[in-house]
Design a protein around this ligand. Structure first.
Ligand code: BDR
Ligand code: CA
Length: 317
């Protein structure tokens, strides 16, 4: 059993990641926390509650977190990717959850769940890293209760929100820097270079839609999202970024990772939000006078068909 907490900004691909966790019998889903990102916090929180309701998960506590980045606010949202409501305009068609929000904030819920966990917990941040940076800053004594942090974010070779930066990291670079460079918690970063290569096609979506009501509903949620990717990729490919990170969280090792020292560009220039991976050899790094400290396991490769098959097998059940 993998004890798991999702920090999310649903988001169409977040919906698939949440669905994957809910459909996987090996996951003990302890909680879901929400953050601003693809749309504003009120909507990401509403969407998270409704997605859990779709999977009959009234039992999972949900708490709302940051509604803006730590240091520099910005108005950007990804409505052009995910639709006005974050779910291709279909949020209202999902069932409402009878159980409302926990009477606490996201960071307090994360801390409480970690504190009372019998086994170390995997945290899966699939939105901006604001809540996670705050958790690590405010509750350093709880880091020993974290098995791994499996993050969707970053781009090694060209971003999606700017030329160099990926949306989740760009949305709060200061928070990302704290999580990716300052902490010693075992961390996997799943960048968009790999998630794009794991894009699913029409046949994959048709198979999911044919599997039943939940599968049909998930596929319906992709309408606006698919159109965006068809245009930006120049082919029909639906990029389920967050679900790929969730696959690694559920099945450690399904993605091939390389340990690399990382930096996050926090300046206000065109590189803001870029993740810089140091791919020099240790000898080359040391020759330049740098020691290279903490390393993050960056997912650079995978058996792509294996990942796609794993995701659909779990989702279909
Ligand atoms: C990431 O940004 C969001 O739009 C997606 O939900 C995903 O988490 C991809 O860059
Ligand atoms: Ca997301």
């Amino acid at each position: 059993m993998t004890a798991l907490i999702i920090d999310t900004d649903p988001g169409v691909d977040d919906a698939f990641a949440i669905a994957l966790a809910c459909s996987s019998p090996e996951v003990d889903l302890l909680g879901v926390t929400t953050v601003f990102g693809n749309v504003g916090l009120a909507m990401t929180t509403r969407n998270a509650l409704r997605l859990l309701a779709l999977y009959g998960r009234e039992d999972v506590p949900v708490a709302a977190g940051a509604d803006r980045p730590l240091v520099f606010p910005h108005p950007h949202r990804a409505r052009y990717v995910h639709g006005e409501d974050g779910l291709s305009g279909l949020s209202d068609s999902l069932p409402a959850r009878a159980t409302g929000l926990a009477s606490t904030d996201a960071v307090s819920l994360l801390a409480a769940l970690l504190d009372r966990a019998a086994e170390p917990v995997t945290i899966v941040p699939i939105g901006p890293l604001t809540n996670i940076a705050l958790l690590l800053a405010v509750h350093p004594s709880l880091t020993g209760k974290i098995a791994r942090i499996v993050i969707m974010g970053g781009a090694m070779a060209g971003g999606n929100v700017t030329a160099g930066a990926e949306f989740n990291i760009w949305s709060d670079p200061e928070a990302a820097r704290r999580v990716l460079t300052e902490e010693e918690v075992p961390t996997v970063l799943v960048p968009m270079d790999l998630t794009v290569r794991c894009a699913v096609d029409q046949a994959w979506l048709d198979r999911l839609a044919a599997s039943g009501e939940r599968g049909r509903t998930l596929v319906d949620l992709t309408a606006v999202y698919r159109a965006h990717y068809r245009k930006s990729l120049g082919r029909d490919g639906t990029v389920l970024h967050d679900a790929v990170a969730m696959a690694e969280a559920i099945s450690p090792g399904i993605l091939k990772t390389t340990p690399l020292p990382l930096e996050v560009e926090c300046g206000q220039g065109p590189g803001r939000g870029m993740v810089i991976a140091d791919r020099r050899t240790t000898a080359a790094r040391e020759a330049s006078g740098e020691r290279g400290g903490r390393r993050v396991d960056v997912a650079l490769d995978a058996d792509l068909d294996g990942v796609r098959e794993h995701m659909i097998t779990q989702l279909i059940g």
